[in-house]
Design a protein around this ligand. Structure first.
Ligand code: AMP
Ligand code: MN
Ligand code: MN
Ligand code: MN
Length: 286
């Protein structure tokens, strides 16, 4: 018997194809085991996990929606945009993602140089060894290496001391623009969602501009329930959805069993008065 009130939906999580610690097949199994029946794997800037994710979901009897989390730079800060229900073979999208991955690669060397200068050597090799996909080295891999090598006690400590956006080892990178990211996902037939808005350090007026701009570009949704939000933020971004007419999305942002706030599928229901983006995508039964 179901003894919780979680939604059977999780539309944001990661595998070893980006900076998660489980392979797509293992993420699928954990999602299913945790009660997810409508799932999307949204690796950063890479669709290589989509085929195994879809196959695993099918074998388990779980509905699957194609997913991606695209790195975007907007108003000089990094913003994450989730794309859902697109064609993973679309050429425009794949060319855009390949360009982001090339930028990631160059950034990794520069991050390692900064760690060298801070007296922490071999971080590129350390991060690469922890990456499931050599084309996709993330700050998460550097952070895991620093914990493993004993420089810090936790991932949070690494981000607080070194790798936050303003941290001494971070390297600011010009990722995709917001219009580009929306265009790629739309060209591929998908919908565009602003991921975990509660994490961005934009001013109030910048947020207003973000919602207006995203709406004008054809943006579809905003993540309301995510492992990155507090309960107050669920209500705050529910208001944004109602005010601007965005669909609401939900995902744990699961990266690994020992990381993050929410496990796969441990998502409380959306606040009332919202239209879930999965209803818009034809999954009204959830
Ligand atoms: P990147 O896309 O390589 O710049 O890395 C960003 C990733 O770092 C995010 O997707 C998260 O997985 C991770 N991250 C960012 N901030 C934190 C934090 N404070 N604690 C743990 N992981 C974080
Ligand atoms: Mn991540
Ligand atoms: Mn993100
Ligand atoms: Mn994510």
């Amino acid at each position: 018997m179901k003894n919780n009130n979680f939604m059977p939906v999780d539309l944001h999580c990661h595998s070893t194809v980006s900076d998660g610690v489980l392979a797509p097949e293992a993420v699928a199994e954990r999602a299913y085991h945790n009660g997810v029946r409508l799932w999307s794997l949204t690796d950063h800037d890479e669709v290589g996990g989509q085929a195994p994710a879809r196959q695993s979901a099918k074998a388990l009897g779980m509905d699957y929606i194609t997913g991606i989390e695209i790195s975007v730079t907007w108003q000089e800060r990094t913003l994450h945009m989730v794309g859902l229900a697109f064609d993973p073979d679309n050429q425009t999208l794949n060319e855009g993602l390949a360009a982001i991955r090339a930028d990631r690669d160059r950034r990794s060397f520069k991050i390692a140089e900064k760690f060298d200068a801070l007296g922490i050597p071999n971080t590129y090799e350390g991060a690469l060894a922890l990456a499931g996909n050599p084309e996709l080295i993330s700050r998460s891999h550097f952070a895991r290496y620093l914990v493993q090598a004993g420089y810090c006690q936790s991932l949070q400590e690494v981000f607080d001391r070194y790798l936050s956006d303003d941290g001494p080892a971070n390297v600011r990178t010009a990722w995709a623009s917001l219009p580009e990211a929306v265009f790629w996902v739309k060209e591929a037939g998908g919908v565009a969602v602003i991921a975990h808005p509660g994490r961005y350090k934009y001013s109030r007026s910048q947020f207003v501009e973000l919602w207006r701009t995203f709406k004008a570009l054809g943006g579809d949704g905003v993540e309301v329930v995510t492992g990155s939000h507090t309960l107050d933020q669920y209500y705050q971004y529910a208001d944004v959805c109602r005010q601007y007419g965005f669909f609401a999305s939900a995902g744990s942002d699961f990266h690994g069993p020992k990381e993050g706030r929410l496990d796969l599928g441990h998502l409380p229901p959306l606040p009332s008065g919202l239209t879930p983006i999965w209803h818009h995508l034809g999954y009204s039964q959830y």
